[in-house]
Design a protein around this ligand. Structure first.
Ligand SMILES: Cc1cc2nc3c(=O)[nH]c(=O)nc-3n(C[C@H](O)[C@H](O)[C@H](O)COP(=O)(O)OP(=O)(O)OC[C@H]3O[C@@H](n4cnc5c(N)ncnc54)[C@H](O)[C@@H]3O)c2cc1C
Length: 312
């Protein structure tokens, strides 16, 4: 039976103007205070009785330090308070990080995306932006009360999968390297020139075409040499209540391998072994696992054919 929570009738809403102030409020209020950004996810959790309605809301959407958007030749900085719709419409993000744009396009609808933030999507640990951010090798910058703390998104997601729940921290921004997957030795990128990987895929499978929760979401980003060998490949999968993760065994198995039908078949089997999704009343774990394996193997096969056609 679902847990029923007592609803606080008059929650107090705090509007800190700095990360330090928000942090101090959280330390003072402890479990009674919850960070809220767009409130779009929290709202559904309160309505469905998944989370208690807190006595105090700490509204982090007014903190200017969390609204940064900047590019350098090496890195894109995306503030945690950035609304999803704003990020989705940004032309430079689209040029350099098309998988992120595609991921954001798949989240809810514009009205929700105007309120919903990158930080809320990440902190939920289930957001559809996560597989794209994972293959782009994103770093998270947190505030821990004393200083900024940098952590790989993939490490944080793995940690939060473990028995110990992650401590409450304030996410300030996300940093995405722009030479992904990392540039080959000696390779450089000129100015605004966007990096064009040979494999670049984001796919969200839901139970209908649009405005749908994900059953399975995958992202792939990789480089293929002129001889048709995979130089680097980043693969992430998630969906439903499954925390998205990088499929590191699959990535290792592909590195240096010839991109061909045999590899696609091997990857299919490897994904079945490595990806451990949760089942729910909409789709079983087995269905999600096979869907992810099919999607990933099919994308590698597609990349193989594209490579062959280009060389004909
Ligand atoms: C109709 C509808 C459809 C939706 N469809 C999708 C979908 O298709 N895909 C998808 O991914 N999501 C979907 N969502 C969920 C939600 O909109 C997104 O996950 C959104 O990005 C959450 O952002 P938010 O700012 O609203 O987060 P909030 O609801 O404000 O917060 C979510 C969580 O993040 C924490 N948090 C927020 N900001 C910070 C911060 N800076 N530091 C630390 N913790 C923080 C909060 O404490 C809370 O635990 C949908 C929601 C609705 C209502």
């Amino acid at each position: 039976m679902e847990k029923q929570w007592e609803v606080a009738s008059h929650p107090k809403v705090w509007h800190p103007k700095s990360i330090e102030e928000a942090w101090t409020l959280k330390q003072t209020l402890c479990a009674d205070g919850v960070f809220v950004a767009g409130g779009t996810l929290l709202r559904t959790q309160w309505e469905n009785g998944i989370a208690p309605f807190p006595a105090h809301l700490i509204n982090v959407s007014g903190i200017r330090a969390c609204h940064e958007l900047s590019f350098s030749p090496e890195v894109l900085i995306l503030g945690s308070g950035m609304p999803l719709q704003y990020a989705r419409e940004n032309e430079r993000i689209k040029r350099h990080l098309p998988l992120l744009t595609e991921a954001l396009r798949s989240v809810a609808a514009p009205a929700v995306r105007r309120l919903a933030t990158i930080g809320g999507n990440i902190a939920s640990r289930l957001g559809d932006a996560l597989p794209a951010l994972l293959v782009y090798d994103a770093d998270l910058i947190w505030y821990d009360g004393a200083k900024e703390r940098r952590e790989k998104l993939s490490d944080w997601l793995r940690l939060s999968e473990s028995a110990k729940p992650p401590e409450a921290r304030l996410l300030i921004r996300v940093e995405l390297p722009l030479g992904h997957p990392p540039l080959a030795d000696g390779e450089t990128r000129a100015g605004e020139q966007a990096f064009q990987p040979e494999i670049s895929v984001y796919t969200k499978v839901g139970r209908r075409e649009g405005f749908t929760p994900s059953v399975v979401t995958i992202a792939l980003l990789g480089r293929v040499s002129a001889s048709g060998h995979i130089e680097r490949l980043h693969v992430a999968a998630g969906g439903g209540q499954t925390v998205p993760l990088r499929l590191e065994a699959v990535e290792r198995a592909c590195r240096g391998e010839k991109l061909d039908r045999r590899l696609a078949e091997e990857v299919y089997a490897q994904v079945l072994e490595e990806f451990q999704p949760c089942g729910d009343r909409f789709a079983s774990a087995d269905y999600r696992k096979r869907t992810a394996a099919n999607l990933i193997a099919a994308e590698l096969w597609r990349a193989c054919k594209a490579h062959d056609e280009e060389r004909e």
